[in-house]
Write a protein that binds this ligand. Structure first.
Ligand code: SF4
Ligand code: MG
Length: 271
């Protein structure tokens, strides 16, 4: 029987605005399956975003959604979780929104280990605003603002999240669609800041400039570079050259922020 995605979609919101071949729809479907697997009550689930193509996602969901300012999704999500710790709080957004404009909010959410699940759709570019290079654009790649090739080194979002203190970090790709819901669901069930990086494709701004002939080529690249962590353990450094690890990359238990903060309030009230 076909999976019923419609039950989580806000009535009248489809069709979506994403370009043909954009990976964001694949991630949205994965998120819906994950919310379903975790049996989330959508009336008690906040989905927060900033600005960008990926940040349009919450508008399609029949949950408690917030479409906020550029780069500020993690800050708004922190506010929601502090005010309503009983809510499940999810963040969705792109690489530019989350790691450039929102870079500070991103790392401090990770540092605090507040119980939010942040899904970063990393398509290596600013899609909506015209194909400018982001902190995740590969060195040497073409963007509208780097017509001779990007001279900057590239952020590894998952490593950034681990370094900043996130207690659950996983990576998947838009090609490996059936893995996305499992990674997000594990992140939702984890108590603390969970970051799920999904390597995604933007055929419209990144693909055209970087000589991908089709969406199929972009998806084939995602298929070819991904190596599950278990398989990587048996590979040599030479074999891992140019590959990215997928699956659960890091997990640890550490006190969660809203619980810590409740104790601070109790202390301040003399309890
Ligand atoms: Fe997707 Fe790129 Fe189109 Fe934005 S511009 S909807 S990221 S394909
Ligand atoms: Mg992007």
């Amino acid at each position: 029987m076909a999976y019923d995605y419609e039950k989580s979609i806000r009535p009248g919101k489809l069709p979506h605005i994403w370009c043909p071949g954009c990976g964001h729809g694949i991630v949205m479907k994965g998120l819906i399956r994950a919310m379903d697997a975790c049996e989330l009550d959508l009336k008690n689930t906040a989905v927060v975003s900033g600005i960008g193509c990926a940040s349009r996602l919450p508008g399609y969901l029949d949950a408690c959604t917030l479409h906020t300012a550029h780069g500020r999704a993690a800050a708004f999500a922190t506010g929601v979780k502090m005010a309503k710790p009983e809510m499940t709080v999810l963040v969705v957004g792109g690489d530019g929104d989350g790691t450039a404009i929102g870079g500070n909010h991103f790392i401090h959410a990770c540092r605090r280990n507040i119980d939010i699940t942040y899904i970063v759709m990393n398509n290596s570019i600013y899609g909506m605003t015209g194909g400018q290079f982001s902190p995740c654009t590969p060195t040497g790649a073409m963007a509208s603002t780097t017509p001779y090739g990007n001279p900057d080194p590239t952020f590894d979002i998952s490593k950034l999240a681990i370094g900043a203190g996130a207690t659950f970090v996983a990576r998947g790709t838009a090609f490996h669609a059936t893995q996305i819901d499992k990674l997000i669901a594990e992140g939702i069930r984890h108590k603390g800041t969970a970051v799920i990086e999904i390597l995604d494709d933007c055929p419209t701004t990144y693909g055209r400039r970087n000589k991908f002939r089709s969406v199929v080529d972009m998806m084939k690249r995602l298929k070819d570079i991904a190596v599950p962590v278990a398989a990587a353990a048996k590979m040599t450094p030479e074999q891992l050259e140019g590959k990215v690890l997928t699956g659960v990359l890091f997990k640890e238990e550490r006190p969660e922020y809203t619980e810590q903060y409740t104790q601070v309030i109790a202390k301040a009230q003399g309890a």
